[in-house]
Design a protein around this ligand. Structure first.
Ligand SMILES: NC(=O)c1ccc[n+]([C@@H]2O[C@H](COP(=O)([O-])OP(=O)(O)OC[C@H]3O[C@@H](n4cnc5c(N)ncnc54)[C@H](OP(=O)(O)O)[C@@H]3O)[C@@H](O)[C@H]2O)c1
Length: 341
């Protein structure tokens, strides 16, 4: 039986990958520090749990001393993490590492990380994997991702697949962007404003689709970079409509234009220009999407609804840390009162 070792096995991607591989009779080990509990269903189906902090020197090498046919690293953020993976190369069959679509830069060198300073990058077409990326270095999240990609592609002795997802969605997320709509709908907001007329497209990536691509990559080991995204990139209006259908929302999703200023209508996907990913390379490898945004989002809505009674700021600190209030209902009410007058 082939053995997969998932670093970050109790996170949203880890859950989905374990689900897919267990269903295909892999032996699966979920490693994590012990902060977030493993899914009891995965444990019941045979997943083994290993407690390990990959930032502790030697921890990964020791956890992998028995070897593995595949390592899936969902929490690879630095060159040092890449070096850990290179170090265990002898005992590992193949490797899949989660990077990010935020590494891409446009023809003028504009990046997502520095969009607030340099302007939002211009990607008129769906981005292919050969699009330029940011210079590797320690400066930002994306330059560190670029650095770890470079290190692995140049030095790993085993096949390495680097995946670049967009806005990830699924149950167990620590950054569930869908909460922006779900909370408004649970709070029975009659009108929900959508900035940029709801036309923004920031490509979404269902964890089930990432897991399907991981499976394809493991079945056809090789060294490559692949975008990992949903079969189509829904607009913000389409995202809101899909969530609304699932929650039986009867209110109005109201497109608003330049007259609205942040925070009014500023969903987590609201961007001034599209960021969409070409998934042709994954398709050529044999990947077939497991789901669509519409079909996948229901499970995320149910999972979020089940958490609605808890304080969302404590439950989802990444959402609470946005540079503006995601739920400034007073500003929305004022906006609509003002525009009605
Ligand atoms: N969210 C997005 O929209 C997005 C977009 C593009 C790319 N990405 C990439 O997606 C990856 C995150 O995956 P995810 O969303 O599945 O993460 P997640 O849900 O936050 O889960 C992280 C997992 O890693 C474990 N973990 C964290 N630190 C660890 C450490 N030092 N040693 C061992 N285990 C550790 C966590 O468990 P414990 O806490 O118990 O350790 C948990 O199992 C990152 O590489 C990120 O750059 C995310």
């Amino acid at each position: 039986v082939p053995h997969a070792f998932i670093i970050g096995g109790t996170g949203q991607i880890g859950h989905a990958v374990a689900d897919v591989l267990l269903a295909r009779n892999w032996a699966v080990t979920l490693s994590h520090r012990g902060h977030s509990p493993p899914d009891p269903d995965l444990v019941r189906r045979g997943a083994r749990i290993v407690r390990m902090d990959r930032d502790m020197p030697g921890a990964l090498a020791s956890a992998l001393s028995g070897g593995a046919d595949a390592v899936i690293d969902t929490v690879c953020f630095t060159e040092d993490h890449a070096d850990q993976l290179i170090e265990v190369g002898e005992s590992v069959g193949s490797l899949v590492v989660i990077s990010s679509a935020s590494v891409y830069c446009d023809a003028a060198g504009r990046t997502l990380d520095e969009a607030a300073i340099g302007g939002f990058p211009n990607f008129p077409e769906p981005i292919k994997e050969d699009q330029p990326i940011v210079a590797p270095g320690p400066a930002t999240y994306s330059t560190r991702k670029a650095a770890l990609e470079r290190r692995l592609l140049d030095h790993a002795k085993h096949p390495v697949t680097v995946l670049r997802p967009g806005a990830i969605h699924g149950p167990h997320s620590v950054h569930p962007r869908e909460w922006w709509f779900v909370k408004r709908m649970l709070d029975r907001r009659d009108i929900i404003p959508l900035a940029y007329r709801g036309e923004s497209r920031f490509h979404t990536s269902a964890t089930a689709n990432i897991a399907a691509l991981v499976r394809t990559a493991l079945e056809k080991p090789g060294t490559r970079i692949l975008n990992a995204a949903d079969p189509s990139a829904p607009s913000v209006a389409e995202i809101g409509a899909a969530i609304g259908r699932h929650l039986n929302y009867n209110g109005t999703l109201m497109p608003v234009g330049k007259e609205a200023v942040r925070p009014v209508g500023a969903t987590p996907w609201s961007v001034p220009a599209p960021l969409t990913l070409d998934t042709g390379a994954a398709a050529t490898l044999g990947y077939r999407p497991a789901t669509t945004y519409d079909d996948a989002v229901g499970a995320t809505c149910d999972w979020l609804t089940a958490h609605a009674a808890t304080d969302w700021r404590e439950r989802f600190p990444l959402l609470a840390a946005y540079p503006y209030d995601l739920f400034d209902y007073a500003a929305e009410d004022k906006f609509f009162t003002g525009t009605k007058d």
